[in-house]
Design a protein around this ligand. Structure first.
Ligand SMILES: [Zn+2]
Ligand SMILES: [Zn+2]
Length: 132
C-alpha cells in the first residue's frame, strides 16, 4: 500500500510503500518519553521505499538499555517524529510514526510490544469521560 505524509508544520513530506499488516503499538518507556504520549504507533517500511519529498530531518541517536542504538528522525522546525531506524548504511527497516501518515485511518495496529511498561489505563478507555 502506498502512503504519504509529513510533519505538522509542512517542512517534511514523504511517501513510502507499506504493508497494512505491519502496524504495531510500542509501550516502551523510550517511546513514551520521546513521543510525549502514553504509547507510540508505528508502521514499518524500508529505506528502499521511503522517499523524503521535502525538508531535511534532524537525527537524535537514542541508546537503549540494551546498548542498541536507534536513530530518531524528526522535523527540526516543529519537532514531529517521522521515523526511527538503525544506525549505519545499507537497506534497513524504517519505523514510520503512524500519526504523520495521511492514510492513518486505514492503519490499525496488529500487535503490541513492551506491554510490561504500558500505562495501566490504555487498554480500556471506555470508563473515561468523553467530549467532542
Ligand atoms: Zn515540521
Ligand atoms: Zn518503543
Amino acid at each position: 500500500m502506498r502512503i504519504d505524509g509529513g510533519c505538522h508544520c509542512g517542512h517534511i513530506t514523504y511517501e513510502a510503500e507499506i504493508n497494512p499488516d505491519d502496524v504495531i503499538i510500542c509501550h516502551c518507556t523510550d517511546c513514551q518519553s520521546i513521543s510525549g504520549a502514553p504509547y507510540r504507533t508505528v508502521v514499518f517500511t524500508s529505506s528502499e521505499t521511503f522517499n523524503l519529498l521535502s525538508g531535511e530531518l534532524t537525527v537524535y541517536i537514542k541508546t537503549a538499555q540494551s546498548g542498541n542504538k536507534r536513530t530518531q528522525n524528526f522535523c527540526p522546525k516543529c519537532g514531529s517524529h517521522i521515523y526511527a531506524s538503525n544506525v549505519g548504511d545499507g537497506p534497513m527497516p524504517y519505523g514510520v510514526r503512524v500519526g504523520t501518515v495521511h492514510q492513518r485511518d486505514q492503519l490499525v495496529p496488529k500487535s503490541q510490544y513492551f506491554c510490561g511498561s504500558a500505562q495501566n489505563w490504555v487498554t480500556d478507555l471506555s470508563g473515561i469521560e468523553k467530549h467532542d
